[in-house]
Design a binder for this molecule. Structure first.
Ligand code: NFS
Length: 662
């Protein structure tokens, strides 16, 4: 295994446990993405990085140089057209991934309502709220009956051809007006992706702003459509997350148990595995194999889903998937869809570990395929676990990092944030808004998305530390949230260690960390709702673009991250990435980095240096504070006893107790 960037101390991107593992001989033999990056020995293609490599027809591929007459496409396509088409296709692909995930969740939700899965409708309050939104009658009806009708209406939104998506109605009115004015209200979820692919086919839409208009519409079909449907229906089915303590660390693997890691995205599989590990037959089989039981641990966003809802520990994020296997202590890595490196099958060669693919849509050479049958979910899950148990006795040389287990507090759904600051009986965002207005909290920043291998620094941590130090409350999702967890920012104690005075005061009083884990990538839709609630609460403007709120997905790797960034921008929130594949066109860059603001009230930003990126986020927040007239240097009002008592009455439910495990 190649030396990782920045791994001289624990000041690295993967945490102390990974460094411990990397120092072991067995890990040194494993080849990871770091090695492959090094072996490639060439820098990334400039045309690809700049967005100006066109391969959508067979007259090319054409490499375009902006402003050079002889270097336009064979068809005449200019740099702005090609870069816009490529950017838009990234948004479409990211949206498609969230859409297919969401569709499976809605289908699972319908099957659950029909009693065809081992799951049940758990959050009846949310079921009723969603039913009202979708015009489903709730009076005198059984929860499964309501869920069935809701599920069918939700499923219809994927193939809908006319009208607009129901969830758009949840947005601030002004946002809805902007979308109507700009003609970007999505009609149906699938329709927008298909139209985006058509319009970027050879010889169709060749005006970059018009292409980007459809990209905006497609992204809204993701954020306010697919992703939001997935989050809400998954919450109804598996429970809306509430704060709980858990562990994010490679060291969660167990010496004395069958280790099964669940990697991917759709929680139907992971939730079924969570039920099946408790099965009598499975327990007995594990015992017979000499193990105390089956230890489930998450990887990537599936990890986030069961971490948030069940407190199941997370072994590693995207960047650590190969390292989890390098321990030699995993009996099976069970995967479904998205963010699974093909190399995992290579890493386990010669080891007792099996990679088990479970979804007909995602197979990997060298993996064992056991189809997860949704209509027989429990037995499918048991079959997968039996396969893993059979490997336990074959476990050979292995190493599990010890004593470095990092505690986190997770489970900050948008409802939790509501209760947390507003109290159980007066749930509201008022205290958050008040603390922003009085300056204790400067603003809110979302740190979301992936990780990758290109940067030496601990980018997520560096950005978060800078924000927190400057009294900006951080909301994190996806692998970024896990990265912050590994570096200790998801503990309530981190407020005293890292936060500025005002933010620390609020965090300490409520008992919350200065960075809140809000969920998986699909759960970025929770942030849209949180922003909407802040607008609705009043005092911070009448649309999302006026809020002192900003987002980043610095280490974006997947196309999904760009779709997410685009739906935030189209919803009025400024978003800064470390890079975007648009630099090959001046016009397109100008439009994305400035012009979009005129249309949606927000635009993209790019900054490679993490500290400068954080400072730009703070500057964007200050600009909003200035416009709202709340940026005046306020005399510091220290909380008196009365104020403290009021907030303490709203102390975070569960944050102080241990609810980890399953
Ligand atoms: Ni998001 Fe999740 Fe991680 Fe990136 Fe991949 S797991 S859905 S895409 S890498 S955050």
């Amino acid at each position: 295994m190649a030396k990782m960037k920045g791994c001289e101390s624990c000041n690295d991107i993967t945490g102390a446990s990974t460094l411990d593992l990397l120092n072991q001989d067995l890990a040194k033999q494993v080849r990871t993405a770091y090695d492959r990056l090094e072996d490639r020995g060439m820098s990334a293609c400039l045309f690809g990085s700049g967005g100006t490599c066109c391969r959508i027809c067979n007259m090319g591929p054409c490499q375009i140089i902006d402003g050079v007459e002889s270097m336009i496409g064979v068809c005449g396509a200019t740099a702005s057209t090609v870069a816009a088409r490529n950017f838009a296709r990234i948004v479409a692909a990211g949206t498609a991934a969230h859409t297919d995930h969401a569709r499976e969740m809605v289908r699972g939700f319908i099957a659950t309502a029909k009693g065809e899965t081992p799951h049940e409708i758990k959050d009846v309050d949310k079921l009723h709220r969603m039913a009202r939104l979708f015009g489903v009658e709730t009076e005198g009806r059984d929860k499964n009956e309501i869920a069935l009708e809701l599920g069918e209406k939700a499923l219809a939104e994927f193939g809908q051809q006319e009208g607009t998506l129901t969830m758009l109605k949840r947005a601030p009115e002004k946002q809805q007006e902007i979308w109507k004015r700009e003609g970007v209200e999505p009609r149906g979820i699938d329709r927008e992706v298909v139209e985006m692919m058509h319009r970027t086919h050879m010889g169709v839409d060749q005006e970059y702003k018009n292409i980007l208009k459809q990209a905006a519409r497609t992204s809204l079909a993701d954020g306010w459509g697919a992703s939001m449907l997935s989050t809400e229906l998954t919450d109804i089915m598996f429970g809306t997350p509430v704060p709980k303590r858990a562990i994010v660390d490679l060291g969660v693997l167990r010496e004395d148990m069958v280790n099964v890691t669940v990697h991917g995205h759709e929680p139907l599989l992971a939730e079924s595995l969570c039920l099946a590990v408790e099965d009598e037959e499975i327990r007995a089989l594990a015992k017979k194999a000499g193990a105390k039981g089956v230890n489930l641990a998450g990887v990537c966003c599936t990890g986030n889903e069961i971490l948030m809802r069940r407190g199941v520990p997370v072994a590693g994020s995207f960047i650590q998937q190969e390292m989890v296997l390098a321990t030699g202590a995993v009996e099976a890595m069970v995967v479904d869809v998205q963010c699974i490196m093909q190399s995992v099958a290579e890493v386990v060669k010669g080891k007792h570990t099996d990679i088990i693919t479970t979804n007909y849509r995602a197979k990997i050479p060298g993996a064992v395929h056991i189809q997860f049958e949704e209509d027989d979910a429990y037995n499918s899950a048991k079959e997968i676990l039996k396969h893993a148990i059979a490997n336990f006795k074959k476990r050979g040389e292995h190493y599990i990092p010890k004593d470095k287990k990092l505690d986190v507090v997770v489970g900050f759904s948008h409802e939790t944030i509501n209760y947390m600051l507003g109290g159980r009986f007066r749930a509201s965002y008022r205290p958050l808004n008040d603390n922003i207005i009085n300056g204790r909290i400067r603003g809110v920043a979302a740190i979301v998305g992936c990780e990758h291998y290109k940067y030496a620094d601990d980018v997520h941590f560096t950005i978060a530390r800078e924000l927190i130090r400057n009294n900006v409350l951080v909301l994190a999702t996806g692998c970024a949230a896990q990265a912050l967890g590994r570096r200790g920012l998801l503990r309530p104690e981190a407020a005293a260690e890292y936060a500025g005075e005002g933010l620390a005061e609020v965090c300490e009083t409520v008992g919350m960390p200065p960075a809140l884990h809000v969920g998986s990538c699909v759960d970025n839709s929770r942030l849209l709702i949180a922003l909407t609630e802040m607008v609705r609460e009043g005092g911070l403007g009448d649309d999302i673009s006026q809020l002192p709120a900003v987002g980043t997905a610095p280490l974006w790797m997947s196309e999904k991250a760009v779709a997410i960034g685009q739906y935030f921008v189209t919803s009025g929130a400024h978003v800064i990435f470390q890079n975007l594949p648009i630099t090959g066109s001046k016009d397109l860059s100008k439009f994305i980095l400035e012009g979009m603001k005129e249309l949606y009230g927000a635009c993209w930003g790019v900054e490679e240096d993490p500290v400068k990126l954080a400072q730009k986020m703070i500057a964007a927040i200050d600009e909003k504070r200035e416009a709202l007239g709340i940026n005046k240097k306020q005399e510091r009002i220290l909380m008196d006893m009365q104020m403290r008592r009021e907030l303490e009455g709203k102390a975070l439910p569960g944050a102080g107790c241990t609810q980890g495990g399953h």
